[in-house]
Design a protein around this ligand. Structure first.
Ligand code: NI
Length: 190
């Protein structure tokens, strides 16, 4: 799976509830974990890999893999704490973000079983960050406005350069194909 980068509209969409938890979905979840670990992340939301579904995965500090399907944060502590956040969709960018220290979340696991989890510290942080992804919210929305603007412009430029490169590649390929076609034509004429 490819992790989608800032600038892609899917990261700004409100994701849809997961209607059915199937074997296929579990395979998708396995791939999400593999992608997250490969990218050295601690959490990953479905929209980041191109599916606008209310689903995210994370790995805890003691190496437990947790799956949250149709999650809802039902309570947050009034106490806020600052912590430096990054996002696999906004690589090599970090900012200190204020969030509630504790959250209570309810969700379904990969077998559809409902659970309620009270989390604090890093776990609470990851849950909030990933849950935000399902509503099209990114951590840069919660930080400094100038920083957000700078980062969004930087990624828009990157996306532009990527598109230009792809267009050049396509044009080159078309040229090569035209050359091949010409040669084939010649050999048929000979
Ligand atoms: Ni993220």
């Amino acid at each position: 799976m490819k992790v989608i980068q800032l600038g892609d509209p899917i990261l700004r969409q409100k994701a849809q509830p997961v209607a059915e938890i199937t074997e296929e979905l579990r395979s998708f979840i396995d791939e999400m974990f593999a992608t997250m670990i490969e990218a050295e992340g601690v959490g990953l939301a479905a929209p980041q890999v191109g599916k606008s579904w209310r689903l995210f995965v994370l790995i805890t500090e003691d190496n437990n893999r947790l799956v949250f399907i149709n999650p809802q944060i039902v309570a947050t502590s009034s106490e806020l704490v600052a912590y430096e956040e990054g996002c696999l969709s906004i690589p090599k960018t970090y900012e200190k973000i204020m969030r509630p220290e504790k959250v209570t979340v309810q969700a379904q696991d990969e077998f559809g079983k409902k659970f309620l989890l009270e989390a604090e510290g890093l776990l609470a942080r990851i849950i909030q960050h990933e849950n935000d992804h399902l509503d099209g919210i990114l951590y840069i929305d919660k930080g400094d406005a100038d920083f957000k603007k700078k980062i969004e412009e930087q990624f828009a430029k990157r996306a532009e350069r990527r598109e230009l490169k792809n267009a050049q590649k396509k044009a080159k390929q078309a040229k090569i194909q035209a050359k091949i076609a010409k040669k084939e034509g010649n050999s048929l004429n000979a």
